[in-house]
Design a protein around this ligand. Structure first.
Ligand code: ZN
Length: 146
């Protein structure tokens, strides 16, 4: 059985974010997420979740804390208007925006914290059973089997 010290992961997330974000470890959270407006990081508590996977999720979501725009004047919060102008469902526009945003912020956090890429690379290389974090997050899949 894999034990994760959730307190240490909360501290790690706050330190990486350079901010006193709220960290929630949710047993019923389907995946990790970061609420950019309310500054809340939610991490799942999956069975047999490895430390590498936990750290990778923290790194990804902290990159949202650091780099995803969080004001109403930013384009990120104009999805509904953009969808309307494109005559597309807002959910579709948001999905595409998430994919681009995830790629952008992952590049930025790898640059800020060079120690994170090997962990991200390990996940992306498939050693955790997921082809990529984006595959995992956007399909809202369950944790990859170890
Ligand atoms: Zn993301």
């Amino acid at each position: 059985m894999i034990q994760t010290n959730v307190s240490s992961k909360s501290i790690l997330a706050k330190l990486l974010a350079s901010e006193d974000i709220t960290v929630i470890h949710g047993a019923d959270a389907p995946t990790a997420s970061f609420d950019v407006k309310n500054r809340v990081l939610t991490l799942p508590c999956w069975t047999n979740m490895s430390n590498s996977l936990y750290d990778m999720l923290v790194g990804h979501e902290v990159s949202h804390a650091l780099y995803t725009p969080n004001s109403d004047s930013d384009g990120w919060f104009q999805i509904e208007a953009l969808a309307k102008s494109l005559d597309m469902p807002a959910s579709t526009v948001k999905m595409y925006a998430n994919i681009v945003e995830d790629a952008r912020i992952e590049r930025m956090i790898k640059s800020k914290f060079p120690g994170l890429p090997p962990r991200l690379h390990r996940l992306l290389s498939g050693s955790h059973g997921a082809r990529s974090l984006r595959d995992c997050r956007h399909r809202h899949c369950r944790p990859p089997a170890d």
